[in-house]
Design a protein around this ligand. Structure first.
Ligand code: EPS
Length: 376
């Protein structure tokens, strides 16, 4: 079964991952991984740290001459910023008296983490809580994406809203294919420019913005996930995985929250039969019924809260002196919604790869493909 473990601090030596359960003979193009790593660093509204980091994956084991071996795939992404931080972050000899963070930031893990891990310097909390960790999940997600593609399953996504600037149109999967060519992943030029203007205004006010990303999965056969045990339900798996991404405050599948506002006749997808096939004319369920994929496109939306490090600071209390103060800031992204979109796509891809591996259980790619093709 596919399983991912990650490690690494934001200003430590690097980020690490071990991905178990991949089939052998999967061709992995590291350039494709680097492409998604670059996309994760792109987007209107990102901050100065991204000028320092140029993320590249380095595969350390589990692969030979571009093909997986079936052994754990280990890989790393270096933190270029470590060169500036080694004196304070070295695992063996660091000066922990400087770069301390005690002006705990509302909305971050800082304050609760200090109590939970019995620390006095929130640096020891934020380094791991940081969304820098998502780089390695994007790498694992891209490996998963490559695996899914072998089965004919494809993933796309876009930014549906930035703060209150929202695109309520419904796009086809094909219409979303080029959206990542824009500096803000919104398909509609007018809405995109309005959102960028809003990001500029928010930056000028030294504030931050969140938004909503929508992810689509096309080509997944029916029956992934299970109605038989709650832990196996596909929607539960996806929602849990998406919620594990830093800054997520909400997940919707299909109509999501708006399903609660309509009568059943406007919410459920009626079933038809023609030409030897069962089908729906609508996809309000977002491709999942009874905790299982139903063969329609999976439609998932995730809401990102505004990044909690504000350049103008928020009111807080210094953990050490107990004096009221403004929260710590060094630098911050204003809006990381494009990064967020890439991360959510990656997490969805990884979760689907896990769920598919649980059902198919093959050791090599040929087995995976043969078993998948046999499914109705
Ligand atoms: C982050 C704070 C910023 C972001 C970082 C996540 O880093 P720094 O504190 O070094 O300025 O740039 O994100 C990344 C480095 C990344 O690659 O996404 C945070 O506090 O979560």
């Amino acid at each position: 079964m596919i399983k991912l473990t990650t490690a690494g601090e934001s200003h430590g030596f690097g980020l690490y991952a071990i991905m178990e359960g991949l089939p052998s003979n999967l061709k992995i193009d590291t350039e494709e991984i680097d492409k998604y790593l670059a996309l994760r660093q792109s987007g209107y509204g990102r901050g100065a740290r991204q000028k320092i980091e140029k993320d590249k994956v380095q595969i350390l084991s589990g692969m030979r001459n571009g093909l997986t071996l079936g052994s754990p795939l280990a890989f790393t992404i270096k933190n270029a910023d470590y060169a500036n931080w080694e004196a304070y972050m070295s695992p063996v000899s660091a000066d922990t008296s400087v770069r301390r963070l005690t002006k705990v930031r509302p909305g971050h893990a800082d304050l609760t983490g200090l109590f939970k891990f019995d620390q006095t310097d929130a640096r020891n909390i934020l380094e791991r809580a940081s969304a820098r960790e998502t780089a390695v999940r994007v790498a694992a997600g891209t490996v998963s994406r490559i695996l899914l593609r072998e089965l004919g399953v494809e993933i796309a996504g876009y930014v549906r809203s930035v703060e209150q600037i929202s695109d309520e149109k419904e796009y086809t999967f094909e219409e979303l294919k080029d959206v990542k060519n824009y500096d803000l992943f919104m398909p509609d030029a007018g809405i995109r420019e309005a959102a960028k203007k809003r990001i500029d205004e928010i930056a000028a006010a030294k504030d931050t913005a969140g938004g909503i990303a929508e992810i689509r999965v096309k080509g997944l056969k029916r029956g992934f996930g299970s109605c038989m045990t709650y832990a196996e339900k596909l929607d539960a798996r996806l929602a849990g995985a998406v919620m594990s991404v830093q800054a997520v405050k909400g997940v919707e599948i299909g109509l999501g929250f708006s399903a609660a506002k309509h009568a059943g006749s406007l919410v459920h997808d009626e079933i038809y039969y023609d030409d030897g096939k069962f089908y729906h004319k609508t996809n309000r369920a977002g491709g999942i019924e009874g905790g299982m994929s139903n063969g329609e496109e999976i439609v998932l939306r995730a809401a990102m809260k505004p990044i909690p490090t504000l350049m103008r600071g928020l009111n807080t209390v210094d953990f050490q002196t107990k004096d009221a103060c403004r929260a710590a800031t060094e630098r911050s992204d204003v809006c990381a919604i494009c990064a967020f979109e890439v991360i959510i796509e990656s997490v969805v891809a990884l979760t689907l790869a896990e769920v598919i591996s649980a059902r198919l259980g093959g050791d090599n790619l040929r087995e995976w493909k043969t078993r998948y093709e046999l499914l109705p």
